[in-house]
Design a binder for this molecule. Structure first.
Ligand SMILES: Nc1ncnc2c1ncn2[C@@H]1O[C@H](COP(=O)(O)OP(=O)(O)OP(=O)(O)O)[C@@H](O)[C@H]1O
Ligand SMILES: [Mg+2]
Length: 246
């Protein structure tokens, strides 16, 4: 059904050395929705994304992908259905761009090499890098490397894409090309959770913005509601700081 939740996060808690970093977080995402997660440094955004795919194991709470609970026992197959795009790209430096986009399809999803190659070329075209298949990551700009990382995630045919500050390691002139690819994906109906300070993306592409602080969701709403009529002084103050400093 179209209104079923692709991702359902319920009561997720996580502490490190007695410090409670996530204090019971819940939210859901329907197919095709983009949610943007914002909040001050240390509020738990990365920890939450990492808990969603068990890179960090939550202390409490439940996470469902397409109605199926994410558990230790099924984590490999669940992870294959959730693409994760990191701030620092995480490409294999000794592999070409083509191999970077092909390898997980073959090794994790068991796709045959020829089909994986076709898919890799298709996804590289989609992110505007059709001519870079033979290059190595070090020969590319940061923005191009991040687009390879997005192509790699797309090639796995994920149900959900998670982005953790995908443009914060980039020079400002390179963020636009990555943001445009993400906007295009949102418009095409990809289901995405995006941690970002790019408020132009949030305004244009988010169905909902979630503001986190100190391990809680303080407020959530449509971009219009959050930017123009936030009830919460903390959210307003945060958005003002971002507007000033990017
Ligand atoms: N593996 C870890 N071990 C110990 N503490 C951790 C670990 N990971 C995160 N933390 C702590 O958890 C808190 C939340 O960190 P997290 O990285 O989730 O915040 P964030 O909202 O992503 O911040 P930023 O905007 O700076 O990326 C911080 O106090 C951080 O120091
Ligand atoms: Mg973070």
């Amino acid at each position: 059904m179209a209104d079923e939740l692709i991702l359902d996060v319920q009561g997720v808690k996580k502490a490190f050395d007695g410090l409670e970093v996530l204090k019971g977080i819940g939210f859901g995402l329907r197919k095709g929705e983009t949610k943007v997660l914002i909040g001050p440094s240390g509020s738990g955004k990365s920890t939450l994304l990492r808990c969603i795919n068990y890179l960090t194991v939550p202390d409490a709470g439940r996470i469902y992908l397409n109605g199926e609970e994410v558990l230790d026992a099924n984590i490999d197959s669940m992870r294959a259905r959730m693409g994760f795009v990191f701030q620092d790209f995480n490409l294999f430096s000794h592999l070409t761009v083509l191999d970077n986009v092909r390898i997980c399809q073959v090794k994790v999803n068991g796709v045959d090499r020829e089909a994986a190659t076709r898919r890799a070329h298709h996804e590289l075209e989609r992110v505007g890098l059709g001519d870079k298949a033979a290059a190595y990551p070090a020969e590319l700009s940061g923005g191009q490397q991040q687009r390879v990382s997005i192509a790699r995630a797309l090639a796995m045919d994920p149900d959900l894409l998670l982005f953790d500050e995908p443009t914060s390691a980039l020079d400002p002139e390179l963020t636009g090309e990555v943001v445009r690819v993400m906007q295009q994906l949102a418009a095409e109906g990809m289901t995405m959770v995006v941690v970002t300070h790019e408020m132009s993306f949030a305004r244009q592409a988010a169905d909902e913005i979630i503001f986190m602080e100190k391990g809680h969701i303080v407020e959530q709403g449509t971009p219009d509601a959050m930017f123009t009529a936030s009830e919460h002084a903390r959210t307003r103050a945060f958005l003002n700081v971002i507007a000033e400093h990017g």
